[in-house]
Design a binder for this molecule. Sequence first.
Ligand code: WT7
Length: 580
Amino acid sequence: MDQSKLINKTKEQLKIEPNLINYEATAKDFDYKVMEQEIEFVDGKLNAAYNAVDRHLKTDRKDKPALIWCGDDNQEKIFTFEQLSKFSNKIANALVKLGAQKGDRVFIFLPRIPELYASFLGIVKTGAIAATLFAAFGPEALSDRLADSGTKFVITTSQLKSRVEEIFDDLKDLQKVLVVSDSEDCELTDYEIDFNKLIADESEEFDTVMMDPKDSCFMLYTSGTTGKPKGVVHHHYAILHEHLTAKWVLDVHDSDVYWCTADPGWVTGIAYGILGIWSAGATSIVHEGRFSAKEWYGIIDKHKVSIWYTAPTAIRMLMKEGVDELKSFDFSSLRYLCSVGEPLNPEAIKWSLDNLGLPFHDNYWQTETGGIVIANYPNMPIKPGSMGKPFPGIHAAIVDEDFNELPPGEEGNLVMKPGWPSMMKEVWNNPEKFNEYFKKGWYITGDRVKVDEDGYFWFVGRADDVINTAGHRVGPFEVESALIEHPAVCEAGVIGKPDKLFGEIIKAFIVLNKGYTLNDELMVDIKKFIKKHLSGHAYPKEIEVRDSLPKTRSGKIVRRLLKAQELGEDTGDTSTLDKD
Ligand code: WT7
């Protein structure tokens, strides 16, 4: 490593002494058991939502803003920790009256409005499992998740509820849909209830259900390389790791205004938009709208954001907008920048140094790890392009196919010793899938990584066909299944194609049914179809028609080959393929 490329941070940049003063010393003696003092247990039990919000009511944080909501049309709402606690208590009381019990699944299908955050906390307080859904999901993506999990309640809006209605017949366990509506007379079916009216007279007091550390707290679906999305379940004890990483990686101090741009439909928006971040006592910004450079810069300026946690694609989109956009805003409140979800290219770090005066700190984790596991820390020099070093308490290694540990410089599979507090508890209803993650005493991430002589980890790529587009994990099987639902499509193979802005874009290879030819109109129609049925982020930007797709003798489409052909790479061993 060329040491001249090391980025050291000055005291002036950090502004405050970091929470984690000495990484090496802390990592050496680290013990999660000792760190349990950071969160509150009652007779060996805990509740993650209580730890995130309610425990602060006994302190100076009671009247501190917890949530600053920036809605569309310049709307703004502020909730203190106490107000957020009361709001979530009302929801918890209503849910219990409806029959929510420990372990029941309650899904949130909401845009980033305050009700989303209060509902998440309210559900968790009852002992039920809070589950989130991205508001861009279409009926097929919803049905895969809601039916598999056997959800009992869904909380949604008057605008989104029709998507649940469309698939209602698939949802055998669904009892009620709670509808957040801004009009007095929203039309409701017999299983729908007006959310606002439901909670209006509920008490602001609620006896939070204390849980065993290993009891389920939240779940969310994520994609693998085969099959439909899997329900990754996390237990209440995860709050310990999420709290510690919020303090030591994101460096949250009481004086900070923190902004995480992630939606709680993804794990970052839960661990660092709700649980860990409030447990660490942050004032957190939520922006309801979509990406807009002007609005984003305006939020940092207006609310004096000091810590900003975002994703490489977002940074690249800002870079693309050019520097003129930046000039009319004041960024002097910023003191610490973090990024997650996909490789952070050195150019993005250079851009932030040049334009914001601060470098982005990359960190790495997954839905399954429940919290950050590899990171750059405030007091540690950055090597641009590296994800940093394992969090204290995480034992990570690079191994070959036989699980032999590899020396520095060699690329291999990234694995970790199981058992950190936020490691997933189970895959919903699917112990086989869960067990596939573990071998020879290791948890397998599915990522290819290298470590250098100084112990810094460098991301190389996925070990499987999982696609990462704009930081969103997309399973090719889900897209392929949706594509063949379209009347024109007979067969489909889907790959991630490298892209400068989005990291990867989705490219589909399809075989058309008889009587169809691919023209612009059909192309647009197929894309629209996927956006509507699956999700806005999962549609193929590129579609190519083939007469046939490469398959194994057992009939499985070989994406590896499609990708190699697309990239003009060596197609490797094709001897097991079906060649007709
Ligand atoms: C996959 C996990 C962690 C929350 C958001 C994504 C990729 C994640 C990085 C990074 C390179 C990264 C990996 C990982 N990934 N962080 N810093 N550098 N790649 O969670 O949807 O579960 O996706 O995202 O491939 O396995 P997720």
